[in-house]
Design a protein around this ligand. Structure first.
Ligand code: PEP
Ligand code: MN
Length: 338
């Protein structure tokens, strides 16, 4: 339930609403806007309580029952678009933020060469998996802690923020020590134990859309991250499974418009995992920016032939450079810049 206070409602009136919510055993989250205060009333069974018990209180303008399963990620709760600052790089602002790097961290040379290359082309954040979610247990699982150390080295040597995936709760602490953004992969979007632990952090979290998750399920998963007060959540559309098998996943371009309409969270797009093939990455990336995405997450490898993971979808550094040049006028055409 969302309780919107009148403009100029007093602190006592807000407190009265909070007390009443607590008397029913509900949790509250306050959004103190410049114009008015919005109180989100949270709890599994708010549906059993009449909206009137809040509407009748002094200072309350309106009470809306939120039928949607997500609350904190919704625009109703937080009308203005959220921006997430990642070590000085703002995501959700006018600038389109490009994160690029290898699927997996493989060696210092590979990571450094890629990071330097993508930085020169205008990327501002380096990606690289240290713990890899592989379909087969016999595939390369990542360099794990050694991979994290290499990411830290990139951060120190090149001054670029880094993003890497967190696969499991026991790894959170060490990953948070090395990474600027913790990525929750598509296969973990509904790993609620992981999401709850990440909600206790104050690090930026990138939440990928599950392979077969609806937008509502995705935003409800984002609510888990927001529930304990972590406000720094970024969404990432990376394609969903459909009957179409000419690409790895079907990129749901319309989810960008939907998310922008119903949520305040920034959304970026990963064209690489959707395409599954380097030849399709540029056009999908361009479409994403044209559709209003706040950024891109792109796989780049200095020598895709040698890549240990996702070699077919990796762009070479020259291909990435060409794409960045092609993206700039598109960003400008939609009032952004790269
Ligand atoms: C990745 O970004 O390396 C990755 C594994 O992506 P996804 O979770 O979208 O499959
Ligand atoms: Mn990959």
């Amino acid at each position: 339930m969302i309780v919107e206070m009148n403009k100029g409602a007093s602190d006592e009136q807000v407190e009265h609403v909070v007390e009443r919510a607590h008397s029913y055993g509900f949790e509250v989250q306050l959004n103190l806007g410049t114009e008015k205060t919005v109180v989100a009333i949270l709890g599994g069974n708010t549906g059993k309580v009449q909206t009137d018990v809040f509407a009748v209180l002094p200072g309350v303008e309106s009470v809306t029952r939120v039928m949607k399963p997500y609350k904190l990620a919704s625009r109703e709760f937080h009308p203005r678009a959220s921006k997430v600052n990642v070590s000085g790089v703002e995501i959700g602002g006018q600038r389109v933020v490009v994160m690029a790097g290898p699927c997996a961290v493989e060696s210092e040379e590979q990571l450094m060469e890629t990071a330097k290359g993508v930085r020169e082309c205008g990327a501002s954040i380096v990606r690289g998996g240290a713990f890899k979610p592989r379909t087969s247990p016999f595939s390369f699982q990542g360099l794990e802690e050694d991979g994290l150390k290499l990411l830290s080295k990139v951060k120190t040597d090149l001054g670029m923020p880094v993003i890497t995936e967190v696969l499991d709760t026991p790894h959170i602490k060490i990953i948070a020590e090395h990474a600027d953004i913790l990525q929750v992969g598509a296969r973990n979007m509904q790993n609620f134990a992981l999401l709850k632990e990440l909600s206790k952090l104050r690090h930026p979290i990138l939440l990928k859309r599950g392979l077969s998750a609806t937008v509502a399920e995705w935003l409800t998963a984002a609510d888990y991250l927001l529930a304990e007060g972590n406000r720094r959540v970024i969404l990432c559309e990376r394609g969903i499974r459909t009957f179409e098998d000419s690409v790895r996943f079907s990129l749901d371009i319309s989810s960008i418009s939907v998310i922008k309409h119903i949520s305040h969270l920034p959304i970026i797009v990963d064209p690489s995992h959707a395409a599954g093939h380097f030849a399709y990455v540029p056009s999908i990336a361009k479409a994403a920016i044209a559709a209003g995405a706040d950024g891109l997450l792109i796989e780049v490898h200095p020598n895709p032939e040698e890549a240990l993971v996702d070699s077919l979808q990796a762009l070479t550094i020259p291909n990435f450079e060409r794409l960045m040049a092609e993206l700039r006028p598109i960003a400008e055409a939609v009032g952004r810049y790269i």
